[in-house]
Ligand binder design. Structure first.
Ligand SMILES: Nc1nc2c(ncn2[C@@H]2O[C@H](COP(=O)(O)OP(=O)(O)OP(=O)(O)O)[C@@H](O)[C@H]2O)c(=O)[nH]1
Ligand SMILES: [Mg+2]
Length: 410
C-alpha cells in the first residue's frame, strides 16, 4: 500500500522540512509506502506554494535535493495574501491541473494506491484556498481514495484580519472532502512544548520547534514500526461516522532543537504520564469518540501491563461515549524507538477523536461571525466572486460539525 503526500503553502512545506528529516532515517523500510523505490528512493511527495521562498529550499539544499523530485515542486511568483478566495479561485495557467497531473502520475506508480496525506494551514491563502480547491478536485477524481489532512490551526487572538473567515471556509471543505483531519493548534503547542522539555530553560519557542513537535507526532503514527506497512485506513478507522473526523495528536518524548529531551525519563510510565499531561481542555472532562495509542519499546516485559496502564490513563482524561465503548486500541511495537541512538528506551503517541476539537472550531466561528455581522473585509472576497451566501454556507458547515460532536456524544 502506498500514498502520496501533498504539502501546500508555507506551513505545509515548513512542516515537511522537519518531517522528511525524520522519515528519511528509516528508508528503506518505508520505501514503497512514502518513497518511490523505483526512483532512487525519492519521496512520493508533491510540494506546492504560490511563492517560491520555502519550496526553493527543497531545490537548493544539497541533502534535500536527493530526496525530492524537481518535477514535483510547483510554485508561482506571488503568495495569496492570506485570502482564501484568492487561493481558491485564482489558478492561472491551469496551475491546479498541473498539480493534479503530478499526483495522478505518482498514484499510477503505486501498486495499491491508498490516497493522500495533505499538510497545510487553514488560515492563510494558499494552503487554505488552493488547498481547498485541490481537495475538491482530488476527491472528484479519486472518490474511493482516502484523504487525510494534517492542518495547522491559527492563534485565536488573530494573526491576520482574514484568518477566521479563511479558517471557516477551509473547515467547510474539510468537512465535505476529508476522511480524517489531524489538527495541530499553534497556541496549544506553545503551551505544551515547555511541559515536554522541562528541566531545560526555554527562552522562546520558534515556528521550527512547533514543526519539530508536529513531525515527531506524525512520525510516530505513520511509522509505528519498521516492518509493518503504514496504512491511511488505520487512521481513518478513528472517524466512525463522516461528521466526526477531527483528530488530535500528542507525542512524547520530543526532539527540541534537534536534541532529544529524554534525560528526565527513567521509566516508560514517566513518558506516558508526561505525554498525557500535554492534553489540555478548558472546561469539564472531554468525551472520547475513539483513540489509538502507539508505543515502541524494545523490552517486551512491559507489554502485559502496558495496555491496561494506557487504558487507565485515557479513562482518567476522558469520558467515553455510550455507543463507542471499544473505541480505544493500542499499537505496541517490540522495537527500539527511532531515536534510540539518543538512548531513549520508549516512545509514545496518542491519536484521538474527541470533543476537544470543538473548542478551536467554536473560536473561528465566533470571531468569523462577529466580523461578518459588521461586514468587515467582505470586499476582499467579493472581488473573487465570493458573496454573503458563501460565508453563510461555510458558517453553517462549522456549526453542524460542532453540533455533530455535541449530539454525537450522547
Ligand atoms: N506550525 C506552523 N504554523 C505556521 C507555519 N507557517 C505559517 N504558519 C501558520 O499558518 C498560518 C498562515 O498560513 P501560511 O501557511 O503561512 O499561508 P500560505 O498557505 O502560505 O498562504 P499565503 O502566504 O497567504 O499565500 C498562520 O496561522 C501561521 O501561524 C509553520 O511553519 N508552522
Ligand atoms: Mg505563503
Amino acid at each position: 500500500m502506498s500514498f502520496t503526500t501533498l504539502q501546500v503553502g508555507q506551513a505545509g512545506n515548513q512542516i515537511g522540512l522537519e518531517l522528511w528529516k525524520l522519515l528519511r532515517k528509516e528508508i528503506p523500510e518505508y520505501a514503497d509506502t512514502m518513497f518511490d523505490s523505483l526512483n532512487s528512493e525519492k519521496a512520493r511527495c508533491v510540494l506546492v506554494d504560490t511563492e517560491p521562498k520555502v519550496v526553493n529550499k527543497y531545490i537548493e539544499d544539497d541533502t534535500l535535493k536527493e530526496f525530492f523530485k524537481k518535477e514535483n515542486i510547483f510554485s508561482t511568483e506571488e503568495g495569496r495574501g492570506n485570502n482564501w478566495a484568492f487561493g481558491y479561485t485564482y489558478v492561472e495557467d491551469s496551475f491546479d491541473e498541473k498539480i493534479l497531473d503530478c499526483i495522478r502520475h505518482e498514484a499510477e506508480n503505486c501498486d495499491f494506491y491508498e490516497g493522500m496525506l495533505m499538510i497545510h494551514s487553514i488560515a492563510g491563502g494558499t494552503g487554505s484556498g488552493l488547498g481547498s480547491r485541490l481537495m475538491e478536485k482530488f476527491k472528484d477524481q479519486y472518490g474511493k481514495a482516502k484523504l487525510i489532512n494534517v492542518v495547522v490551526w491559527p492563534h485565536p487572538s488573530g494573526e491576520t484580519p482574514l484568518q477566521n473567515y479563511n479558517s471557516c471556509f477551509t473547515t467547510s471543505f474539510l468537512q465535505k472532502y476529508s476522511d480524517s483531519v489531524i489538527i495541530f493548534e499553534n497556541e496549544s503547542m506553545l503551551k505544551l512544548i515547555p511541559k515536554c522539555i522541562d528541566g531545560k530553560k526555554v527562552h522562546s519557542i520558534s515556528m521550527k520547534n512547533l514543526n519539530e513537535y508536529i513531525s515527531v507526532c506524525l512520525k510516530n503514527i505513520l511509522t509505528p514500526c519498521s516492518d509493518e506497512k503504514i496504512s491511511l485506513y488505520d487512521i481513518c478507522e478513528l472517524s466512525p461516522v463522516p461528521q466526526l473526523k477531527l483528530l488530535s495528536c500528542n507525542s512524547n518524548p520530543f526532539i527540541f532543537n534537534e536534541e532529544l529531551s529524554c534525560d528526565k525519563f527513567k521509566e516508560w510510565q514517566d513518558i506516558i504520564t508526561t505525554g498525557f499531561n500535554q492534553i489540555t481542555h478548558l472546561k469539564g472532562t472531554p468525551y472520547l469518540v475513539s483513540g489509538k495509542t502507539y508505543c515502541r519499546y524494545k523490552e517486551t516485559g512491559a507489554f502485559d501491563t502496558l495496555p491496561s496502564h494506557l487504558t487507565k490513563k485515557v479513562n482518567s482524561k476522558y469520558k467515553s461515549v455510550s455507543w463507542s465503548s471499544t473505541a480505544l486500541t493500542h499499537v505496541l511495537t517490540n522495537e527500539t524507538p527511532f531515536y534510540s541512538q539518543k538512548s531513549c528506551p520508549f516512545s509514545f503517541a496518542f491519536l484521538s477523536n474527541s470533543t476537544i476539537s470543538t473548542r478551536p472550531l467554536k473560536n473561528i466561528l465566533k470571531y468569523g461571525r462577529s466580523k461578518f455581522k459588521s461586514k468587515a473585509y467582505l470586499h476582499w472576497y467579493d472581488k473573487y466572486g465570493m458573496g454573503e451566501e458563501e460565508f453563510c454556507e461555510a458558517f453553517r458547515y462549522v456549526d453542524e460539525t460542532v453540533e455533530a460532536y455535541e449530539k454525537g456524544i450522547l
